[in-house]
Design a binder for this molecule. Structure first.
Ligand code: GTR
Length: 325
């Protein structure tokens, strides 16, 4: 009897505690296409820990990795409409929605990773971040996405001419479609999750991405030829639904901003290590890496700039980026 009442008491106490926690804590759902352990996933988890600690548990982040909430384009709609609170996505799928995101997605716009960091941490980065508000989002952080290069199942690529007539999956952005066309190849935009089987079944010859994606999405298993042409260096975006953001007090908004900023430093560190690790891994498993001369690739990009950098605002942004030393 004594035992029974103790048990009931304990159960009631647990239930009360759980109810207390549930009502006091807002759990924010965040999406990422990458698997657990990927630098962007780990950076958002770190952000969540900081937020939880600094709001004394009033906020927590529940991260759905591996595209559990859908492919990038769909999750962008979900976060815009407030169905999910947070999302970590590439900036390229925003190109059609937010003109300012076009600029950092342009081929060979950045001279180096260091140049990209200086731009995104400076005035142009602030301008791009502010533009996210146009589509109902608050930009919390830009993360590293490294340089994207072509890979394929057919042959080593040593020059622009080697790409002629080949079929590549590209990320869902017109800039990428036009870039591939300017190089004499054909582009098919498709969701990330469909790329592996599209290469395996020969629907496409290859795709383009950084080493960590090429490795963790297992594309290296089906496309052994990786050419380090490094055509783009599109930063990743970590965004929050404006509707969720507006529910935060100004003090909590400051906590979120600071935590996001700290997660950037963490992500950059994790990223640099992951690029090395993934490159070593794919080389060990038989990928053949070629390093074509980049200049002819750069020279072929005129039509892409002409088509996508038309108005004065974007032209000024391109000039401002070039001026950053
Ligand atoms: C990766 C990026 C993902 C996704 C993917 C893709 O580099 O981190 O967010 O955009 O590329 O090509 O779909």
């Amino acid at each position: 009897m004594l035992h029974f009442s103790r048990l009931v008491g304990a159960t009631l106490l647990t239930a009360a505690l759980m109810a207390g926690t549930a009502s006091a804590q807002t759990v924010l759902r965040s999406s990422d296409t990458h698997p657990d352990g990927y630098p962007t996933v780990e950076a958002v988890k770190y952000f969540g820990e900081l937020v939880k600690e600094r709001t004394a548990g009033r906020y927590a982040v529940d991260l759905y990795h591996s595209a559990q909430l859908g492919e990038e384009k769909d999750t962008i709609e979900q976060v815009r409409s407030g169905v999910i609170d947070l999302n970590r996505v590439s900036m390229a799928p925003f190109n059609g929605l937010i003109p300012e995101t076009t600029v950092p997605s342009l081929p060979y716009i950045f001279r180096s990773e260091d140049h990209m960091h200086k731009v995104m941490d400076g005035a142009v980065g602030d301008q791009i971040a502010a533009a996210f508000e146009q589509v109902g989002l608050v930009l919390l952080a830009f993360y590293d996405g490294g340089a994207r290069s072509f890979y394929n199942s057919k042959k080593p690529i040593n020059s622009v001419a080697d790409l002629a007539g080949m079929k590549f999956r590209v990320i869902q952005s017109d800039i990428f479609v036009d870039m591939v066309a300017a190089l004499g190849a054909n582009a098919t935009p498709m969701p990330y999750g469909e790329v592996y089987s599209a290469i395996e079944t020969g629907v496409i010859d290859g795709a383009e991405n950084n080493f960590p994606s090429y490795d963790t999405a297992k594309h290296a298993e089906v496309a052994k030829f990786y050419s380090l042409d490094e055509h783009t260096m599109v930063p990743e975006a970590f965004v929050m639904a404006k509707s969720s953001w507006d529910k935060l007090t100004p003090e909590d908004q400051a906590i979120f901003k600071a935590a996001a900023k700290e997660s950037v430093a963490k992500q950059r560190e994790l990223w640099a290590a992951k690029v090395k690790e993934s490159r070593a891994k794919v080389e060990a498993s038989g990928s053949q890496i070629t390093t074509p001369d980049k200049q002819p690739f750069i020279d072929a990009m005129g039509p892409v700039y002409e088509k996508h950098v038309k108005d004065d605002k974007l032209k000024a942004m391109v000039e401002a980026i070039k001026a950053v030393q």
